[in-house]
Design a binder for this molecule. Structure first.
Ligand code: MG
Ligand code: ZN
Length: 361
C-alpha cells in the first residue's frame, strides 16, 4: 500500500466516524417548564458547576402558539411533542380537533422504548402532550384514560387519584387496567428505587406532587431508573423529563420555591449528562415550553462577586408578571447531532430536528 492509499483510508475512516457521531440512537428531551433565560442565568449563580454549562451547543426557541403570542404548557408541550403549533389549552390536537402524532407515538412506531418523568401530575399538560389528544388540558380523567393505551414503557409522575375508581366520576379502575397491561405500579420514591421491571408506572403522590423540599430526590432518582431500564432496549429510546414546578414557582413569584425547583431540575440534568457522556449515542436537548414570571436579574447585581450575588440572590431576582411571557427560551444540546440545535429556532423545529436525526441513523 502506498502512502496515498493509506492516507485516503484514514480519511475515509475519519469521515465515517464523524458522520456516525451525528446519529443518535437515543434522545432525551428535558423541559424546564417556564424556564426562560433569566431562570437559567440564576442557575449559573446557584450552581456554577452545573452540567448544563458543559453542553457545547446553545440556541433559542420561539414559543408563540397558534391562538396567542403567549403560549401555555398545553400548546407549548404539544409543539415540542408533535411539531405542530396549536391553540392554547389543546393537547396534541389541531385547531380542527384532528390528532397530531406525539413524539412517543412516533417513537413506539420506530420500535423504540419510551419514558416520561415529571414532577407534576402524570396527567398535567406537559406530560399529556406526549401521549394524549384532548381539546382541553383540564380533562384529567380522560387524559388518564388515554395514558392506559399510550404504551409508554416507563413513566413517573404524580396524582394517583386520577387513576382510582373512588376518585373518578366514571368509577373506572385504571390501576387495574395498567396492571392487566403488565405494568408494575409504584406508589413511593422508596419503592421506585427498588423497581425492577422495564414496564413501570410510578404515581408518587395522591394529588398534586409536593414542592421539591418535601418531594425528596424524585426527579433525579426517577431519571436514573428510567435510563437504567430504557438503555437496555437495542432499538434505542426516547425519554422526556420535565422540571414541572419551575413554572409553578414563577407563577407565584416565589424565589425560594423557584430556587429549589431549578436546583432539582439541575440534579436531573447531571444524571442525564453523566449517562450521555459515557453512553455516547444519546442526544440530549434541554429547553423550555415558555418563560414564566417575566423574570429578570436586577442591575444592582452589577460588580458583586459571584459568591456574594449567589448568597443574596433573593434580592436580585425580580419578577414582572404572574403569568407566562413570550420571551424566547434557551436550548442547550449535547451528544451526537447536538450541533443541529443552534441559533434562533422555533419550538416546532426542535421536534422536527429530533425526528430527522433518528430517521437518518
Ligand atoms: Mg408542565
Ligand atoms: Zn404556567
Amino acid at each position: 500500500m502506498n502512502k496515498r492509499t493509506i492516507l485516503s483510508i484514514i480519511c475515509c475512516i475519519a469521515v465515517i466516524y464523524a458522520f456516525s457521531q451525528n446519529k443518535p440512537k437515543n434522545v432525551i428531551l428535558m423541559i424546564g417548564d417556564g424556564m426562560g433565560m433569566a431562570q437559567v442565568n440564576t442557575l449559573y449563580y446557584l450552581n456554577p458547576n452545573s452540567a448544563l454549562w458543559q453542553f457545547p451547543y446553545r440556541g433559542t426557541s420561539m414559543t408563540y402558539c397558534l391562538s396567542d403570542s403567549i403560549t401555555d404548557s398545553a400548546a407549548g408541550g404539544s409543539a415540542l411533542s408533535t411539531g405542530k403549533k396549536t391553540t392554547k389549552g389543546y393537547i396534541a390536537l389541531n385547531r380542527d380537533s384532528t390528532a397530531n402524532e406525539t413524539l412517543m407515538e412516533w417513537a413506539i412506531k420506530q420500535k423504540m422504548a419510551t419514558g416520561i418523568v415529571v414532577t407534576s401530575a402524570m396527567t398535567d399538560a406537559t406530560p399529556a402532550s406526549f401521549y394524549a389528544h384532548v381539546p382541553n388540558r383540564n380533562q384529567y380523567e380522560e387524559i388518564a384514560k388515554q395514558f392506559i393505551y399510550s404504551n409508554i414503557d416507563f413513566a413517573v409522575g404524580g396524582y394517583l387519584n386520577n387513576f382510582l375508581p373512588n376518585k373518578r366520576k366514571d368509577k373506572l379502575n385504571l390501576i387495574d387496567s395498567l396492571e392487566r397491561k403488565g405494568y408494575q405500579i409504584i406508589y413511593s420514591l422508596e419503592d421506585l428505587l427498588k423497581a425492577t421491571d422495564m414496564k413501570t408506572v410510578g404515581l408518587l403522590s395522591e394529588k398534586k406532587p409536593p414542592k421539591a423540599a418535601k418531594r425528596g430526590n424524585w426527579l433525579a432518582e426517577a431519571t436514573r431508573q428510567a435510563l437504567e431500564k430504557l438503555a437496555k432496549d437495542p432499538q434505542g429510546f426516547v425519554l422526556m423529563i420535565e422540571g414541572s414546578q419551575i413554572d409553578w414557582a414563577c407563577h407565584v413569584n416565589d424565589y425560594k420555591y423557584f430556587k429549589q425547583e431549578i436546583l432539582d431540575f439541575d440534579r436531573a440534568i447531571k444524571v442525564v449528562y453523566d449517562f450521555a457522556k459515557t453512553n455516547q449515542e444519546t442526544l440530549v436537548v434541554v429547553t423550555a415550553d415558555h418563560e414564566c414570571g417575566g423574570m429578570t436579574l436586577s442591575p444592582r447585581i452589577n460588580n458583586l462577586s459571584k459568591e456574594k450575588a449567589a448568597r443574596y440572590l433573593v434580592n436580585y431576582v425580580l419578577f414582572s408578571s404572574l403569568y407566562h411571557t413570550n420571551a424566547d427560551v434557551p436550548v442547550f444540546s449535547f451528544g451526537p447531532g447536538a450541533d443541529n440545535f443552534q441559533g434562533k429556532m422555533n419550538n416546532i423545529d426542535i421536534h422536527d430536528k429530533i425526528i430527522r436525526l433518528i430517521n437518518n441513523r
